[in-house]
Write a protein that binds this ligand. Structure first.
Ligand code: RP5
Length: 184
């Protein structure tokens, strides 16, 4: 469902039922050009962990006032923010300041002349008092942001904790399959 104030709600699908319904995570980015990268976070939240999220474009450079309004008025069910930036830390950094109550996970996008190193360093170098938890540049960062968000929610949600364990088992099984392949 598209909602002017709250962006697009992406529901949990294919996993359990405990986490259906209200969005638990905001996945936000400065431009729809970031969307292919951030869909890796959305899909991991949704298909691996059954966590519904809100997907919202918020541009600090093009429409700062709307960004502030959106972030100040997030649904109360949102407990973690994942924010992508290509170029500079403005979006995750500003959210970290606007929302003292929410952890902010930053995903640097591989973009432009500096290939995301600029976004990475500007997020890591947030001044004292407004932390951004910074993931790797690109795909691994987007997937890890979703896993990190799930771990934060799992502190108070046993169903998500179980799914994290199942996810870890799948990764272990992959190594076992690879070793079996070597034995043949
Ligand atoms: C940032 O500028 C966005 O997050 C995006 O990574 C980058 C380029 O945006 P577009 O020019 O593709 O819209 O604010």
């Amino acid at each position: 469902a598209l909602n002017e104030e709250h962006g697009v709600l992406v529901s949990a699908e294919g996993v359990g039922s405990a986490a259906r319904g209200e969005p638990r995570v905001l996945v936000t980015m400065g431009s729809d050009s970031d969307l292919p990268l951030m869909m890796k976070a959305v899909d991991t939240l949704r298909f691996e962990f059954g966590i519904p999220c809100l997907v919202q474009i918020n541009s600090v450079h093009r429409d700062l006032r709307s960004m502030v309004r959106h972030i100040e008025n997030l649904p109360p069910s949102v407990q973690v923010v994942i924010a992508c930036a290509g170029g500079a830390a403005h979006l995750p950094g500003n959210i970290a300041d606007l929302r003292a109550d929410l952890p902010v996970i930053g995903v640097p996008r591989d973009l432009g002349a500096l290939k995301g190193v600029d976004a990475l360093l500007s997020m890591v170098q947030m001044p004292e008092g407004a932390p951004v938890a910074v993931m790797a540049i690109g795909d691994a960062g987007a997937v890890n942001a979703a896993i990190h968000a799930a771990k934060e929610l799992a502190i108070a949600d046993p169903a998500i904790k179980e799914r994290l364990q199942a996810y870890a088992e799948k990764r272990k099984a992959k190594v076992q399959r690879q070793n079996q392949g070597l034995e043949q």
